[in-house]
Write a protein that binds this ligand. Structure first.
Ligand SMILES: [Zn+2]
Ligand SMILES: [Zn+2]
Length: 217
């Protein structure tokens, strides 16, 4: 298991945003320094695995150009709720994820899919069972449309829930930040579970329903 180097201050900023809290005053585009709104796009620095907050003009620039030879990639805003995802308990066991919330990202540098779960320490990697991911994609063709590095399959099986979404990677960072910020003690405490409930309800509200055999975008 490894903890990814997501910086603490950035996670706190992301968490504040995800909690639909008022925007922190004075947020600026990480590229050009222009003041930006609370809800803004991000660029992923593929090498550093870091998100950069971006204004509309900079986002447009990167969207059009696939700029910077792919080292900075614009994070999209596709959110799909896949209610019928084929992931039964047996398939879930195969994935060997130790907790009930996990996100899967296709890492283009490594040429493989990596699984992470949010923990009070940040995003922690869970080593995937061999072949388990390809079995999952075979059963759910929609997963073949995941954009490497910038999109994730997010799964929530907390307390009997069965939620599956394709989300932009910044949504996962926000979730990690939220858990880091609100987790107390060994079990997390009531506050973190309330925040999680809000997070997933908001995600459902924004997501477009899709099926597991949906082709691409
Ligand atoms: Zn900018
Ligand atoms: Zn941002």
């Amino acid at each position: 298991m490894t903890v990814t180097p997501l910086s603490g201050s950035r996670l706190r900023r992301m968490a504040r945003r995800s909690a639909a809290a008022p925007a922190a005053a004075g947020e600026r585009c990480d590229l050009c320094g222009t003041p930006i709104e609370a809800r803004h796009r991000h660029l992923l620095d593929v090498g550093e695995r870091e998100l950069r907050c971006t204004c509309r003009a900079c986002a447009l620039l990167f969207d059009r150009a696939a700029a910077a030879q792919g080292t900075l990639r614009l994070v999209g805003d596709r959110r799909l709720a896949i209610a019928d995802l084929a992931l039964d308990d047996a398939a879930w066991e195969e994935l060997r994820v130790p907790v009930d919330i996990v996100f899967f990202v296709d890492d283009s540098r490594e040429g493989r899919v990596r699984a992470y779960y949010p923990s009070p320490m940040g995003a922690t990697e869970s080593l995937l069972g061999l072949g388990a991911w390809s079995d999952l994609v075979a059963a759910n063709p929609v997963l073949g449309s995941l954009d490497p590095d910038v999109e994730a399959l997010l799964v929530n099986r907390v307390r009997g829930a069965r939620g599956h979404w394709i989300v932009p990677i910044d949504e996962c960072h926000a979730l990690v930040g939220l858990i880091r910020m609100h987790w107390r003690g060994f079990t997390g405490g009531r506050e973190v579970w309330e925040e999680l409930g809000r997070f997933f309800a908001e995600l459902d509200r924004r997501a477009r329903p899709a099926g597991r055999t949906t082709e691409g975008r």
